[in-house]
Design a protein around this ligand. Structure first.
Ligand code: UD1
Length: 416
């Protein structure tokens, strides 16, 4: 099992180019099945989840060609087949095959999806939506079996604007007769990215990025084409790193509007940076101010960034509070930061951080993807050499992380 060896304390400068977004790409690959010929997806990050999704495409008799960061997927010989547990359990996004296979074949057999252990993470909203479209959902021995004679468009009002449920229902609705309306839809950029891909195939979708999405039946789905949006969570993580130990560190190739909520919180904390529509140039803030953050659905402060942001707040003099509203609790990594000298305390969905506390090195086991990103930032900031174990979780979400950090002056290497 690979580990990361990190010697912290170096000032980081230069440029980091943001990769395609994991959370978009993992929906776009399953979405490619809706094309009845072939699709091209540009700027696909080289991360482990993509490797597993490609294996699932093979199970479904699709072929693909990878050229640099482009993947061309040929679905002309697509066959429905059960998606085995050893693939579906590798990530949560395997559930997007529910939506696409239901749309194409009106039948799906898939073992339970996996994903980071950051709370209960039920998929009841997906299931209720499929049922509203006319599908029957059975759970038999760790497997979902979803069948429908016909899918019929209807109005679905989500109890919560879930990213996964919105995308999955949009995918399924492309195979429904008539019109489907998804109300209280999630508005995250990933939804717009997937909708634009489907529109490029000829699907009739309006409202993606707003709270009501309308999908009208369309007969033929042609070649699709899409560029994966830049990864807003990766971008925010590196911007926070710049606020910790950067010196004119430029994060480029991002979409500023996608991380506005994080930038506003950095400003509130007294961090200064230069911004353009596609880049942020940032240097370390020696005395960040303590602030309070509440995670929210987009365009609010993203839950995936609260863990990395916690590291910056350990360096603020005074008390900061993070209220997590998306997951019931997501503070395992904050507890681990205490082993590096931080002073955090969590109760339920509230995390209190008392600073300023110098950080020192430690050997730690990465608990989840974004928690791992937080430990990585802390290890880069801390004096001394830290070893992070279970880092495949970090590699799931951060393309070329070692190379990108080495290029800006970090001392980091993968060791076995
Ligand atoms: C996606 C992201 C994840 C991010 C999250 C919130 C991917 C692959 N993952 O996850 O990184 O943290 O959005 O921005 O894109 N919920 C239910 N029932 C459901 C669906 C969701 O109760 O059927 C709950 C979840 O348990 C969670 C909340 O709703 O508490 C948000 O979930 P959701 O927006 O669906 O997140 P994911 O799509 O799983």
């Amino acid at each position: 099992m690979p580990k990361l060896k990190i010697t912290g304390g170096n000032t980081l400068s230069g440029e980091i180019k943001i990769s395609g977004a994991k959370n978009s790409a993992v929906a776009l690959l399953p979405a490619a099945l809706l094309s009845e010929s072939k699709s091209k997806i540009y700027k696909v990050p080289k991360i482990r989840d993509i490797e597993y999704l490609l294996k699932i495409l093979e199970v479904l008799n699709c072929t693909y060609k990878i050229t640099n960061d482009e993947i061309e997927i040929n679905t002309t010989k697509l066959k429905n087949a059960p998606i085995p547990e050893e693939l579906s359990e590798q990530m949560r996004a395997s559930y997007y095959f529910m939506g696409t296979l239901l749309s194409r074949f009106k039948k799906v057999e898939i073992s339970f999806p996996g994903g980071c252990n950051i709370g209960a993470r039920p998929i009841d909203l997906h299931i209720k939506g499929f049922e509203a479209l006319g599908a029957k959902v059975e759970i038999i021995k760790n497997k979902y079996i979803i069948t429908a004679e016909r899918l019929i468009g209807t109005k679905i009002t989500l109890d919560f604007p879930s990213v996964g449920a919105t995308i999955n229902l949009m995918l399924a609705a492309t195979g429904a007769e008539g019109r489907t309306i998804i109300e209280n839809a999630a508005r995250e950029p990933e939804i717009v990215n997937v909708a634009n891909f489907l529109i490029s195939m000829g699907c009739q979708i309006t409202g993606a990025g707003e709270d009501t999405i309308i999908i009208n039946q369309s007969e033929k789905k042609d070649d699709g084409k899409i560029e994966v949006y830049p990864d807003r969570i990766e971008a925010a993580t590196y911007v926070i790193l710049g606020a910790l130990i950067g010196k004119d560190l430029t994060i480029k190739g991002l979409i500023k509007d996608h991380i506005n909520a994080v930038l506003l919180k950095l400003k509130e904390s007294g961090v200064e940076f230069l911004e353009t529509e596609n880049s942020i140039t940032i240097s370390a803030c020696s005395n960040p101010l303590p602030i309070n953050i509440t995670t929210e659905v987009f365009p609010g402060f993203p839950t995936d960034v609260q863990q990395p942001f916690t590291v910056l707040l350990t360096q603020a003099c005074g008390e900061s509070i993070i209220t997590e509203t998306i997951y019931e609790s997501r503070f395992i990594s904050a507890g681990l930061l205490n082993e590096m000298g931080a002073n955090t305390f969590s109760k339920g969905n509230i995390l209190t951080i008392k600073g300023k506390t110098p950080l020192h090195s430690a050997n730690l086991y990465v608990p989840d993807l974004r928690g791992g990103a937080a430990l990585l930032l802390a290890a880069l900031t801390a004096e001394g050499t830290s070893i992070l174990d279970n880092v495949l979780l970090i590699l799931r979400g951060y393309e070329d992380v070692v190379e990108k950090l080495t290029n800006i002056g970090a001392k980091i290497e993968i060791i076995e």
